[in-house]
Design a protein around this ligand. Structure first.
Ligand code: 13P
Length: 242
């Protein structure tokens, strides 16, 4: 399976940054799929600049198609602006906006209905890992965030590794991705075998190749290091070939 290297720009970037970044992504290594998830106001500009060579995604969507929801964006609006993916249930949204697994499940259904590929994020806090509860926390998130007909991508992002420069050991990533695969198969049957599982949390050019080579790692969800095209491409270059 080709790996997916996704950049989550979070709340960074300006319209003026788009042209140079998109031009730099013209040097994309051919053996991976690249995805950029910028803030909503940059999507349309990115869509024009990339011309379909790199996929685009949003960072959230509402569970409903339209309505009186000030400040929210629907999945079909993202699609209209050029997105084909949407990140859902990122830990920053779970924490800053109190998003529950049930709400994330509703958003996931809306994304699928609009023809977007959802990237559903799961991951334990440092306290949960220290308590030995990491796998159980992630299994619970999967059980309640994914609809029974889920078709999309899962991103494992340990909360304590996001933006901290810390990463789990290779053994811990391998164990968690294996546990996620088993949970996906238990929940979704054979469909669970083909769901890509991304790793996210302090992925950098220097550690990407070793993380991406681990079993059941189908790509990366990159925050800070995706903001510089050079670093993002260096991470993508570290992905194993098919
Ligand atoms: P960093 O790569 O900055 O740790 O962020 C990871 C992340 O949250 C991607 O969604």
């Amino acid at each position: 399976m080709r790996q997916l290297i996704a950049g989550n720009w979070k709340m960074h970037g300006r319209l003026a940054d788009v042209a140079a970044y998109a031009a730099a992504l013209g040097q994309t290594p051919g053996h991976v799929d690249l995805l950029v998830c910028p803030p909503f106001p940059l999507l349309d500009r990115f869509s024009a600049a990339l011309g379909g060579s790199v996929a685009l995604g949003g960072q959230d969507c509402h569970a409903q198609a339209q309505g009186a929801h000030t400040g929210d964006v629907s999945a079909s609006m993202l699609k209209d602006a050029g997105a084909s993916y949407v990140i859902l249930g990122h830990s920053e949204r779970r924490e800053n906006h109190g998003e529950t697994n049930a709400e994330i499940c509703g958003k996931t259904l809306a994304a699928m209905a609009a023809g977007l590929t959802p990237i559903v994020c799961v991951g334990e806090t440092g306290t949960e890992r220290e308590a030995g509860a990491a796998e159980e926390v992630v299994r619970t998130q999967l059980r309640h965030s994914l609809p029974s007909d889920f078709a999309g991508v899962v991103a494992y992002e340990p909360v304590w590794a996001i933006g901290t420069g810390k990463t789990p050991t290779e053994a811990d990533v391998t164990a968690m991705h294996g546990a996620i695969r088993a949970a996906l198969v238990a929940q979704l049957g054979a469909a669970g075998l083909t769901v890509k599982i991304l790793y996210g949390g302090s992925v950098k050019p220097g550690n990407a190749a070793s993380l991406l080579a681990l079993p059941e790692v189908g790509g990366a969800l990159v925050g800070g290091a995706s903001l510089k095209a050079e670093d993002f491409l260096a991470i993508a270059a570290g992905a194993p070939g098919v």
